[in-house]
Design a protein around this ligand. Sequence first.
Ligand code: MN
Length: 192
Amino acid sequence: MKKNPLTAYRKKRDFTKTTEPRGSIKKKNAPIFVIQYHEATHPHYDFRLEIDEVLKSWAVPKGPSLNPREKRLAIPTDDHPIEYAKFEGIIPPGEYGAGTVMVWDYGTYENIKEKDGTLIPMDKCYKRGQIEVFLKGEKLEGAFSLIRIRINEKDQWLLVKMRDEYADAQRSFGKARSVLTGRTIAQIKRAD
Ligand code: MN
C-alpha cells in the first residue's frame, strides 16, 4: 500500500487537543475526455484528453470511428484549459476558430497503456506518441489508441478504435446532439 504523505504531520499532533485540521488526501478524480464537434470553415471534431492539468488536443476531420479498420487522422492542436471541456456555443466571426461548437461526447478515461505489466504514465505516453485509453463517454465506450506518425515531415497522429467488445464496423453516429444540452448544432446556432 502507498504511504500516506500526511503520516508525519499527524503523528506530531493530538487532534483531540488542537484545532488544526487532521487533513485528508484529496482523491484525484478520473481524468476527463471531451469531443467537440466544431463547425468551422472546415468542420472537424476536437478530441481532447486531460493530461497534466490541461486538455491535450487533436483536430479529427472525420471524427472517431468504432471500426478498428478505420484509422482517423488526428492533427495535434494547442493545449486547452480543462474548463474548455464544457464550452458549447458560437465563436464569433473574425475570432480564432470562428464557428459553432457542440459538446459531442464527454466522459472519463482510463490509461491502459502498459509495458511488462506496468502502466506507463500518461505524460510519457503523450511524449512517446503512443497513447492507449479506455473511454467511458455517453457515445463512445471502449479502448482507443492515438499513435504519432510522420507525414511529409510533420507530426500527425492516428486515432484508431482498438479491438474489443465495443468495436463495431457498422455503427455510425449520424446527426448527433450535444451530450451537455441535448441541442443540435442548428439549435446551438439559433440560441446564441
Ligand atoms: Mn476546432
